[in-house]
Design a protein around this ligand. Structure first.
Ligand SMILES: [Ca+2]
Length: 371
């Protein structure tokens, strides 16, 4: 059981960098309130650091301490020295902001400190419907320059448009895509929809991608059979690629079935042939599965030092119920312990295991918002 000081740790762990940068935290909904999740023994303290934002989709930290984040309407914003910079760092001119898409992810180049390159994923109108592209820019004192298209013409609609960006420990850029509500595309290797893609930092295709040289297959593909993923991160220490994925919504399958997967080179994650806990030869079933849906909109490992008890835990924010879920990934010998929800033991448990340790219900401006 956590003591009170530890009980308030969860949310502070996520916003501590903001709090430290902000000498006078602005008042707002949730400020200094203690909230309790009915599903756990944990209290959390919620503080609003920046208000009046529109659907914050992605946050990164620059080496100089700035927080750079996106708003779905197309703005790239900066929070620095305890306050929000009033003018956007950049506004994407050709963004299609409707539905779940708009401006989505931002990722910094691994050598951002020296080359100032950053990447944005966003929906645009192709003239033949909505698509998603990834563009690279160079940040200069005069603004963003040197725009380069990394990949585009990724199928999308106002639903199921992906699109999370994350550089891997191998220096490659990983990109999640949605099935664009055409679920059969997720199994088609000639389509970029419903996939995870892997590219070099300049947009060229790495020669060791799994489908390079295969007829009727896009060489950018790393994994397939993914319905709509909006969270990926690499586990510190193992470099395993963890992913969150939205399960069916009712119109395309029985509701629920949200997933946490470990994505591995060339593998098929089943959609739409299997979903929830179904199994099929040659397809991967999820590591964790959530029914009813929690609608995972993100995913990241805690790498901070402020809260050692969270070190290496996997967190994701949920569009449904505006909550966060924390997953601990202990040794297999400890699996079977669970709080709040049943978690299926992973058949691959010989080398990995997961269970849901606790989940936190709270409302915050930093929760990812739907609609
Ligand atoms: Ca799946």
């Amino acid at each position: 059981m956590f003591g009170m000081n530890r009980m308030i740790a969860p949310v502070l762990s996520l916003i501590t960098p903001l709090v430290l940068a902000c000498s006078h935290p602005p008042p707002g909904r949730g400020a200094s309130e203690l909230e309790t999740s009915p599903g756990s023994q944990t209290n959390v303290k919620v503080e609003t650091v920046v208000g009046n934002l529109e659907v914050v989709w992605s946050i990164v930290w620059a080496p100089d301490g700035r927080m750079i984040f996106t708003e779905r309407k197309g703005r790239v914003r900066v929070f620095e020295n305890g306050k929000l910079r009033e003018a956007p760092l950049f506004t994407v001119p050709d963004v299609e902001p409707g539905g779940e898409s708009g401006l989505m992810s931002v990722a910094l180049h691994p050598q951002f400190a020296s080359n100032h390159l950053l990447y944005l994923s966003y929906a645009y109108n192709s003239g033949d419907g909505q698509r998603v592209r990834v563009a690279r820019y160079r940040e200069t004192p005069g603004g963003f320059t040197d725009r380069k298209i990394i990949i585009e013409d990724i199928p999308a609609t106002y639903l199921h448009a992906g699109c999370r960006l994350r550089f891997g420990p191998d220096g490659k850029l990983y990109i999640t895509t949605g099935d664009a509500t055409k679920r059969e595309l997720a199994q088609q290797l000639d389509s970029l929809a419903g996939k995870t893609l892997r590219l070099n930092d300049d947009g060229t295709v790495p020669s060791d991608n799994p489908f390079v040289g295969r007829a009727n297959a896009r060489p950018e593909i790393w994994t397939y059979g993914n319905r709509n993923s909006q969270g990926i991160d690499f586990q510190p220490g193992t470099n395993l690629l963890f992913e969150t994925e939205h399960g069916p919504s009712g119109f395309d399958g029985p509701g629920g079935g949200d997933e946490v997967n470990i994505l591995e080179r060339g593998k098929n994650y089943g959609w739409p042939v299997i979903h929830h806990r179904e199994t099929h030869e040659g397809m991967e079933s999820p590591l964790l599965e959530y029914t009813p849906a929690c609608a995972p909109g993100s995913g990241m490992f805690y790498r901070g030092a402020a809260f050692p008890q969270f070190k290496g835990n996997f967190f994701f924010g949920c569009l449904r119920g505006t909550r966060m879920i924390r997953v601990t990934l202990p040794s297999c010998r400890q699996s079977g312990k669970s709080y709040g929800r049943e978690v299926r033991p992973d058949p691959r448990c010989r080398r990995r295991a997961g269970w849901l340790d606790l989940f936190l219900d709270f409302e915050s401006r930093w929760s990812w918002q739907s609609g």
